[in-house]
Design a binder for this molecule. Structure first.
Ligand code: SF4
Length: 375
């Protein structure tokens, strides 16, 4: 079983923190949809006939598509791939696009899961982030989707937004719980170079991120959601039992996926391919019947390090037996002393050769993964 990712490279406006690939406005939308359909045909053999277990419309802002565009893309998918019965079909959406008509239209397509970019239920924070929606729209769209039968909902939240105390973050978590969404993805605000926040930081208009404040908010997140029955199955992802995101879980488990659209990545089990992150160049190549993808073959050490980085973030942990079989490295032997120290500090556990981060270790996940990297 494999996954299909479809990148829709349009947004209404640039959020101040975002460094994803998109252009503002939807000029050329129809041409882009046609090109994506063409790429789906060109890439039909990439997954070697594997059935699709998940399809994910990401971006950018896929909810800027017309419902008919979604239908057109699905016609192309069904023409060239076998989609499993009950496959998870997710579309990322922003609250300001989710009118009652749009939700009703989407509910009539194969889309059966929405991932909604809420980020905050607090208007001043939404303005600070330069989001295009209000707190009211955030709440309303969740209720509208639930009323339309789209109950498989995930919402994105951002924590560590500068504020004198934790009151807004606690209110955001309370709101998410009250709305009874089964899946929450929560990300720490990071400041990326080249973004508006990156420029503000460089010019002293924004304070440097406060790691201590972020750690306190992360603890509130984990504590608050776990008290209400959510499982932290990946460091940033929480779900009620039975509501894990299948598409993302497959990334973390190193399964195959095809990515189509500008800037999309693919993985065929052995190597990766990166589509050009430029809309005009993408359209030109597809028009010429070429996939504008750059293949990247990873060394065994690079592949092992990718696996260590992603698997350590999950509840399934890093299976050192898999690392040995797949890449030829004995992680336990190579890091015997370091892992012993981490166990003593209650940062992780090792059971049947699987390294799993403990609560304290999750705060240091990137550092621990880097320490385990094979040089
Ligand atoms: S966060 Fe989402 S909506 Fe905002 S600019 Fe980035 S891709 Fe677009």
């Amino acid at each position: 079983m494999a996954g299909l990712y479809i990148h829709i490279p349009f947004c209404k406006q640039a959020c101040h923190y975002c460094d994803f690939h998109f252009s503002t406005g939807t000029r050329g939308r129809e041409e882009m949809v046609a090109a994506i359909c063409r790429e789906i045909a060109l890439q039909k053999d990439y997954l070697a006939g594997e059935t699709l277990e998940s399809v994910y419309f990401g971006g950018g802002t896929p909810s800027l598509l017309e419902v008919a565009d979604v239908g057109r893309i699905f016609d192309a998918v069904h023409a060239h791939f076998h989609v499993a019965d009950g496959a998870e079909i997710t579309l990322e959406a922003n609250p300001d696009d989710l009118s009652p008509a749009k939700i009703a239209g989407l509910a009539a397509t194969p889309v059966n899961r929405l991932s909604i970019g809420i980020q905050s239920f607090h208007d001043p924070h939404l303005r600070f982030l330069n989001r295009a929606h209000s707190a009211r729209e955030a709440t309303d769209c969740i209720r509208l989707a639930q009323d339309a039968g789209l109950t498989n909902l995930s919402i994105d939240l951002i924590y560590a937004i500068p504020h004198p105390d934790h009151s807004v973050w606690e209110a955001d978590l309370g709101k998410a719980l009250a709305l009874q969404v089964p899946h929450v993805s929560a990300y720490c605000l990071t400041i990326e170079p080249g973004t508006v926040f990156g420029n503000w930081l460089r010019r002293g208009k924004l304070p440097a991120p406060d790691e201590h404040f972020a750690a306190e908010q992360f603890e509130r997140l984990v504590g608050g959601l776990s008290q209400h029955g959510y499982e932290q199955y990946e460091i940033s992802n929480f779900a009620r039992p039975g509501w894990y995101a299948r598409h993302n879980t497959n990334y973390w488990k190193n399964r195959k996926y095809l990515g189509v659209g500008p800037s999309a990545h693919s993985f065929d089990g052995a190597g990766r391919q990166y589509n050009v992150a430029n809309n005009a160049q993408y359209l030109k190549a597809i028009k010429e019947g070429r996939v504008p993808g750059t293949p990247e073959s990873l060394t065994p050490a690079e592949s092992a390090n990718e696996y260590i980085m992603t698997s350590l973030r999950t509840q399934w942990g890093c299976d050192t037996g898999y690392v040995q079989r797949q890449f030829g490295f004995d992680l336990l032997q190579l890091n015997r002393r370091y892992l012993g120290n981490c166990q003593q500090q209650n940062l992780l556990t090792i059971r049947d050769g699987v390294i799993t981060l403990a609560a304290k270790g999750k705060l240091l996940a990137d550092r621990i993964a880097a320490d385990l990297f094979i040089c």
